[in-house]
Ligand binder design. Structure first.
Ligand SMILES: C[S@@+](CC[C@H](N)C(=O)[O-])C[C@H]1O[C@@H](n2cnc3c(N)ncnc32)[C@H](O)[C@@H]1O
Length: 338
């Protein structure tokens, strides 16, 4: 028998090197996140609405010129800036997503993630004690923009692939009026109305959220077809007479009162009306996918079969999962009001 010693492990014979390297890479990625957050927080992208040298950006943002140059270099490597000699400017991607009036602005996502950064430093303590309030409080200046960042984050996430994916899975050619319950910035309604030219939509949400939805809808020139309507689901019904209804990212596990919200949705739909549920969903064996497992850690996520059962229990028929996106951890369920 071969004697086992330190030299018997063959470094070249490992069959999971790529997986290990990918996991290591993931573990390092926080440095890129922090660099992007810092550049956003310091106002570098706004300062580069027109091309500037690092020293000029530093002057405008009140930062150290040498460190500014280094951080701008990272942003070039991330693909959002380019440099021409000493001059830095936004790439096409940077223009599309990083200026406050960019169509697919992700500044809210970056700001929101900065808050999560603080919250997640308390994860070991949270897991140890089971008490979420064990997480450290973020500094006050992060909290000022908490709400706006959250709503704009939804737009950044939806407009950079998720809303296009959702719209691509559905056929709403025969539907006329969509109710987007807790539609946030209205991005899913925009994508659906862009894809289905006969569709009109109502984005129903709290008044503060709708102030941002108004801006987003105007930015996309959709105010003729997408209306906003203020409502609070803890006090009011959603209305009635809709032939389709979207519930996107609101049925987040047991804390979301999904059973009540689904009954409210049933009342709002006409007979034959289509319910569309879009959310994070865990595999039935609760093994992933990763984005859904992470969302479950912070907030709560149903498995696919739990959600299907809840929707059936609320009185819907033809309930089925029509698409899943394991990369994003989300699924799309449709059902019919009998
Ligand atoms: C996670 S977001 C989902 C937004 C959007 N549907 C999406 O998928 O991006 C949850 C939404 O629920 C809304 N909301 C929270 N409490 C509400 C309430 N009591 N009544 C109505 N909407 C509420 C928030 O304003 C927010 O827009």
């Amino acid at each position: 028998m071969k004697r086992q010693n330190d030299y018997s492990i063959d470094l070249f014979g490992s069959d999971n090197l790529e997986q290990a390297a990918a996991l290591l890479e993931l573990n390092w990625q926080f440095r890129s996140s922090r660099a992007l957050m810092a550049a956003q927080q310091l106002g570098f992208f706004k300062a580069l609405a027109k091309p500037r040298q690092a020293a000029q950006v530093a002057l405008k943002c009140g930062t150290d010129p040498q460190m500014t140059e280094k951080l701008l270099t990272v942003c070039c490597a991330l693909g959002v800036l380019k440099r021409d000699g000493r001059l830095f400017s936004l790439t096409k991607l940077g223009c599309d997503i990083l200026l406050p009036d960019s169509p697919r602005y992700i500044g809210g996502v970056i700001g929101h993630n900065e808050l999560l950064w603080w919250a997640t430093t308390g994860l070991p303590e949270w897991v140890r004690t089971g008490r979420r309030d064990a997480a450290p409080e973020p500094p006050d200046h992060f909290k000022q923009h908490l709400f706006d960042n959250w709503i704009w984050a939804m737009h950044g996430i939806a407009s950079n692939g998720q809303a296009q994916w959702v719209a691509g899975q559905l056929d709403l050619n025969d539907r006329k009026l969509l109710l987007d319950v807790a539609g946030g910035p209205g991005t899913y309604s925009i994508a659906l109305c862009q894809r289905f030219p006969h569709l009109k939509a109502v984005v129903w949400d709290l008044p503060d959220t709708l102030a941002i939805a108004r801006q987003v809808i105007d930015r996309f020139g959709m105010s003729r077809r997408i209306k906003i309507q203020a409502g609070d689901w803890s006090k009011e019904e959603f209305g009635s007479g809709y032939d389709c209804l979207l519930m996107s990212n609101i049925l987040h596990g047991p804390g979301s009162h999904a059973d009540t919200r689904l009954k409210q949705a049933r009342t709002a739909l006409k007979r034959g009306g289509l319910l569309i549920v879009h959310d994070f969903m865990l595999n039935n064996d609760r093994s992933g996918p990763l984005p859904a497992a992470l969302f479950n850690l912070w907030l709560g996520t149903y498995t696919v079969s739990e959600l299907l059962a809840l929707i059936r229990k609320a009185g819907f028929a033809d309930v089925s999962l029509i698409a899943g996106n394991s990369q994003r951890g989300s699924g799309l369920i449709t059902a019919r009001r009998p």
